[in-house]
Design a protein around this ligand. Sequence first.
Ligand code: SF4
Ligand code: F3S
Length: 293
Amino acid sequence: MADKAKLRVFRGNEEGGEFKEYEVETYTGMVVLDAIHEIQAKQAPDLGVRWNCKAGRCGSCSAEINGRPKLMCMTRMSHYPEGEPITVTPMRTFPIIKDLVTDVSFNFEMAKKIPPLAPREKEADGTWRMQQYDIDRIQEFRKCIECFLCQNVCHVLRDHDKKKSFAGPRFFIHLATLEMHPLDTIDRRPMMKEQFGLGLCNITKCCTEVCPEHIGITDNGIIPLKERVADDYYDPVRWLLSKFGGEKKKKRLPVVQEAKGAKPDAKKAEAKKGEASKVEAKKETGAGKAKTG
Ligand code: SF4
Ligand code: F3S
């Protein structure tokens, strides 16, 4: 590959910004995050970028490279044509804090709303027994590194901004992990339908395409969940079985809906205020799992 490469990097914040061009020296094995660090070290010390492990495990350095959602630390510079500039922008679905750093707190708020695993009582000998087959099925979902690239690319969040009523693909596989867990005792189907907007997913599979862990988000997680909800709500045989006690029941928790009555604008302003104060708090405390610089 060429000895030098050009990068067009977004510089700015939620109010606006511009692309700035930088040139870096390249070397064999260099990844886009290396190039960003090179720029930060030698040309733009105030360039904001979130990263942590630089090994594709922490999910912090998600960005859009030449318009494709990717982990910067896992994307080789040699992947791109020589002599053409490489464009690096922050994830588009989340508010920009600074340069390549976005505010992904929506995802953490969503995670809090999902009831955790509630395992059944242990057996008489004090152990739980499960079929290996049942555990194998959910193992794939546990590879998620919470990079939120799937959330970034899903059009329900990206284009329609349904953050209030749609959990997004990352949380559908989390729900699938719980729902398919052989020990779990909670029936999350009403929540998935009413609260987490599973029906809004129209199986475009963009989430699956960008997942760096190659999780079968749509085929193995979302579609089986949709089938479970459809069985529960629309299958007359299941309905009859449930009425006459022929189906093993899990515990149903109440569905929590967004407060009704508040004007959309007022709700938006409230949310924005909350986000702004979170950003302020983060700035002050330096809290969060990832390093920003
Ligand atoms: Fe990232 Fe894949 Fe997890 Fe989505 S499911 S957050 S794309 S690792
Ligand atoms: Fe979105 Fe994935 Fe469904 S991209 S629409 S959650 S298949």
